[in-house]
Design a protein around this ligand. Structure first.
Ligand SMILES: [Zn+2]
Length: 184
């Protein structure tokens, strides 16, 4: 693994502080949307493999009438550990330090079934993935693009959802995807 400070040689517009704050925001939203059964809102920010594994986990719990519920989540900090390149992709590894209450709850009432009612501290190792050779997009005022799922034209200034296939679109300039997230 190489230090993230060297990543700017590959991507001049890469900004560690912006990347960290975006990751912090995405991680918090990932936990709250999955608590609320709205994981599909996060699909643009997750690799297909990671999205599928999270969907399967929550579907298995839902079958038993349960949900992994996260409350009062605060991301205390993000530490970028380094980057690697492999098979045409760039990977950035980050420790996300979290304080939250997390337990297995009833899917309808959100009443706690199993797990701690108190806030716990944890560190999650997050691996982010992007095609090698891509660089951080500058905000360019581009207003139209195509839906990555069905190819239909969409005006990203007007909508965050594709009118044709109904998928939720990533309308910001963050083009990294979470490939895995492991509690340390
Ligand atoms: Zn579409």
């Amino acid at each position: 693994m190489k230090p993230v400070s060297e990543f700017s040689k590959l991507d001049k517009a890469f900004d560690s502080a912006k990347f960290s704050s975006k990751l912090s925001n995405i991680y918090r939203r990932l936990k709250t949307t999955s608590s609320d059964g709205k994981l599909e809102e996060m699909e643009p920010y997750l690799t297909q493999a990671f999205y599928n594994s999270l969907s399967e986990e929550s579907a298995a719990l839902a079958k038993k009438g349960r949900v992994l519920y996260t409350e009062r989540i605060t991301v205390l900090g993000v530490d970028l550990k380094g980057f690697e390149q492999a098979d045409g992709f760039d990977y950035i590894f980050a420790d996300v330090r979290v304080r939250a209450v997390e337990y297995i709850a009833d899917i309808k009432t959100h009443q706690r079934i199993k797990g701690d009612a108190d806030e716990q501290f944890s560190t999650v190792l997050v691996k982010l993935k992007r095609e090698s050779g891509r660089v951080s997009p500058q905000l360019s005022g581009i207003s139209a693009q195509n839906c990555p799922y069905c190819g239909a034209p969409v005006n990203i200034n007007k909508t965050t959802k594709c009118d044709y296939c109904g998928r939720i679109l990533n309308t910001d300039s963050f083009d990294w995807m979470i490939d895995s997230a492991q509690v340390q």
